[in-house]
Structure formats: structure tokens, C-alpha cells
Design a protein around this ligand. Structure first.
Ligand code: ATP
Ligand code: MG
Length: 407
């Protein structure tokens, strides 16, 4: 029934050069994500068509849902520019869509072919006159119809559609530069990474691993999450940097009083992240912090922790409710991985009474008690990098119990 899929691009308020960048980037992503399908692509200036052949449009949408910058899709049926033929096809489409239940409706016509003798305003009522007798369950309502039949008169035929399916939205990933995502195995940080890509910013991932203090399975979770996120990335590929955090982690546990343990640990993470940012060409650090979620995410805590670096830090989830974060995690497919029960360095040895309003002066004096700079430098120097793509199924647990012996 459907001959093609109309794909509309997102934010078209962009002007001039930015608009070109947007369109070039989104076109490239579309070509890449649809490369395995036998379809033909027809790019126009603010939209494109996927000519379906034998490919179901649902399969095309499933893949295009991983392209940020797409606003919506409409499966299109095509016929000759003849009012009787258009009406016949329209009734078929509407019958199927409404299951012949009473539905309010209107026809909307656009005349893209200006050589066609009738205007849009003339065509719509002529079509309604032909459709209504064949579909008596329809009730015309031009103000708030449940169903809009859109008809576009084009030089190569009439295009009909009744649906507008929302796409991922945002900007094509890559046009906004690159950021370094602090990725734990939890629910939040993968969602923060996805939202960052959706906004046009490519990501590299940074994970602090504390094997053998923590289980190798906690690193496997992160690998599996990156493989899911990679489906949204340019070339379906994301770099995962694994930081050997155990020596510093163990030292912090030894040296720092329990109430400041998380504060100091997170300050060390930020220092290391800032160091890795330098070597990767990333413009910002991204993390999954959400105001109020835990003791380390009060504003006082976040301020005390992030003052160790003057790098730009993005917190896409700062104002999100947990339920909304979980809904996105389910939608993008990271939720089930995130809830696997393995502790990472933030949950193992969790203090009972962490300080809720840490004081930067106290944090600094606690840190002054040990030589952490060489350990931070060693952690940065010891980073191991994996490049992951969706089908990899990279199994680190089969290689050993400690990351530095696995890679
Ligand atoms: P998440 O669900 O993402 O783990 P969370 O609510 O459990 O977040 P925390 O454990 O306090 O919160 O961590 C806050 C943020 O710090 C995380 O969202 C993540 O960006 C970063 N983070 C925490 N642990 C790690 C880790 N082991 N490696 C990399 N980043 C981490
Ligand atoms: Mg966590």
C-alpha cells in the first residue's frame, strides 16, 4: 500500500551555513543507517523520501529512529493525479486506519505542481465529495479533526498520507562537536549520553573501573551499554576509555573519613576526566547527575565536586525526575542492562552517612594528606580504549577478572 516514506527534518529555523551543515550531516546519517536496506533515497532540501520497494516502512522507521535531527515520518501512498483515483486510494487508506469506526476528518491539499489547473482550496472539497459517500462513517470537522488526509499534488503523481510519526528530534549527532561522557553502569548516565547525542554532540565514554575491588561484570555492563548507544553514533561506533581506578580508589578508602569518601572520590573522577578531555579533543564533560537524587548530588555537593576543574560540565538530567529518566532508558534499550545487580566503584563500600553539604576547604585539607597527583596522572596514563559497535558482543568476562589483564 505504501510506495515511499516522507522524512521531515528537525529544527528548520537554522539559517545559512548552519542549515547546510545540518542537512549534510543528517543526510550522511540517513545513508549510513539505511545502508543495509534495499531502498532508494531521494534527498530534497528540507525533507527526503525513502522509496520503499519491498521493504516495510516500519523497518525503515526502526532504523531512522536512531538518527537525531529527524522530526517526523509519513508513510505515503501514491497514485496518478486524477481526483477519482485519489479518492479511491484515500478510502482504502482511511478504511484501514479507522477500521470504519465513526471518525471526524478533513482533507488538506497542497499543490506542489503549480501547472495543475485547480488550486488547493478547490481540490479539497472536490475530494471530500468523492470520499464521503464511500466512507459514510466519516464526519467532516475542519477545526479539530481526528484524522487528516493530506494530499500533495506533485509533477510525478499524487502523494497521500494520514499519519505523522514523531522521529528522534534534536540535531544530527556530530554537528555540535564532541563531549566526554562519564559512564557508570547505572540507569542515569546512559540516558545522559543519549540526550547529548540527540542534541547533536558526539560522545566518547569514560568509565572508572575498580577491578578486582569490583566485579568484572560491572565493566561488562558498561561495554554492553556502549554497544547500545553506538547505534545512534556516527558510523555506529563509540570509543570507551577504561580508567584503572582501583589504586586510587583503595587509597581513598584507606585515607579518607567515611563521610567525605564519595566527595573525594568524585573530585578525583573529575580531575581524571578533565585530563582525558585534553587528550580526546572533547569540548565538555557530561554526566548523569540529577539534583537531589543522592547525597553527592545536592547543589552544595555538585559545586564542591566540580570546582576541581574549570572544564565545561553538562548535566543533561539535572532537572529530570527518575521516572522520566527510566522511561527513556527503557525506550533506548539500556534499562535492562543497567539493572543487572553488579556494584561499581560508586556503590561498593557505600558510606552510611555521607556528608550532604560538603565543604571545599575540608575536602582540600583531606586531600592534602596524601600524594594523589601521581596517582591521578597514572590513572590517566593507564587508560585502555575500546572502540565498540552494536553487533560486537564484546565479552570481557571471558578474559579474566581484572581489566588490566584482559586488554
Ligand atoms: P548512574 O545511574 O548514571 O550511575 P547515579 O544516580 O547512580 O548515576 P552516582 O553514582 O552518584 O549517581 O554518579 C553520578 C554520575 O557520576 C553518574 O551518572 C556518572 O555520570 C558518573 N559516574 C559515577 N560512577 C562512575 C563510574 N564508575 N565511571 C564513570 N562515571 C561514573
Ligand atoms: Mg551510579
Amino acid at each position: 500500500m505504501y510506495e515511499r516514506l516522507l522524512v521531515r527534518y528537525g529544527d528548520l529555523n537554522l539559517k545559512g551555513k548552519n542549515r547546510h551543515h545540518f542537512i549534510d550531516a543528517v543526510d550522511r546519517l540517513i545513508r549510513e543507517k539505511l545502508a543495509e536496506l534495499v531502498v532508494r533515497l531521494d534527498f530534497r532540501h528540507d525533507r527526503m523520501y525513502v522509496i520503499l520497494g519491498d521493504t516495510p516502512y516500519e523497518e525503515v522507521i526502526r532504523r531512522l529512529n536512531r538518527v537525531s535531527g529527524l522530526y517526523s515520518y509519513s508513510p505515503i501512498s501514491k497514485c496518478a493525479v486524477d481526483l477519482d483515483e485519489i479518492a479511491r486510494l484515500a478510502v482504502l487508506m482511511i478504511d484501514r486506519k479507522t477500521e470504519k469506526k465513526p471518525t471526524t476528518f478533513k482533507v488538506e491539499t497542497k499543490r506542489a505542481d503549480k501547472t495543475y489547473p485547480l488550486t488547493s482550496q478547490e481540490i479539497s472539497p472536490l475530494l471530500a465529495d468523492r470520499i464521503l459517500p464511500a466512507a459514510p462513517y466519516l464526519i467532516v470537522d475542519v477545526h479539530h479533526p481526528e484524522l487528516v488526509l493530506s494530499v500533495e499534488i506533485r509533477p510525478d503523481g499524487a502523494y497521500l498520507f494520514t499519519e505523522q510519526i514523531r522521529g528522534m528530534g534534536g540535531y544530527p549527532v556530530g554537528i555540535g562537536g564532541k563531549a566526554l561522557l562519564m559512564l557508570s553502569g547505572g540507569i542515569d548516565s546512559p540516558v545522559a549520553g543519549w540526550l547529548t547525542m540527540k542534541q547533536g554532540v558526539e560522545i566518547e565514554c569514560l568509565h572508572f573501573e575498580s577491578t578486582p575491588l569490583t566485579a568484572i561484570e560491572s565493566v561488562q555492563k558498561v561495554i554492553d551499554i556502549v554497544e547500545i548507544l553506538a547505534a545512534y553514533a556516527p558510523y555506529s561506533r563509540i570509543r570507551l576509555h577504561l580508567v584503572p581506578f582501583e589504586p586510587l580508589h583503595a587509597e581513598i578508602i584507606r585515607r579518607i573519613p567515611e563521610s567525605y569518601l564519595i566527595t573525594i572520590m568524585r573530585r578525583m573522577m573529575y580531575r581524571i576526566a578533565a585530563g582525558v578531555v585534553e587528550t580526546t579533543g572533547c569540548l565538555a564533560i557530561v554526566n548523569g547527575e540529577s539534583i537531589g537524587q543522592v547525597a553527592s548530588q545536592t547543589l552544595e555537593s555538585m559545586a564542591c565536586i566540580s570546582r576541581v576543574t574549570d572544564r565545561l560540565v553538562l548535566r543533561p538530567l539535572a532537572t529530570y525526575d527518575k521516572v522520566d529518566i527510566m522511561a527513556i532508558a527503557r525506550r533506548i534499550g539500556t534499562f535492562d542492562i543497567s539493572i543487572r545487580p553488579f556494584e561499581d566503584c560508586c556503590t561498593v563500600y557505600l558510606p552510611k552517612n555521607p556528608v550532604i553539604r560538603p565543604d571545599a576547604t575540608i575536602a582540600e585539607s583531606l586531600e592534602a594528606a596524601f600524594e594523589y597527583e601521581p596517582m591521578v596522572a597514572a590513572a590517566i596514563a593507564g587508560v585502555k580504549t575500546l572502540v565498540l559497535t552494536p553487533g560486537d558482543h564484546f565479552d570481557i568476562t571471558a578474559r579474566g577478572l581484572v581489566v588490566k589483564e584482559c586488554l
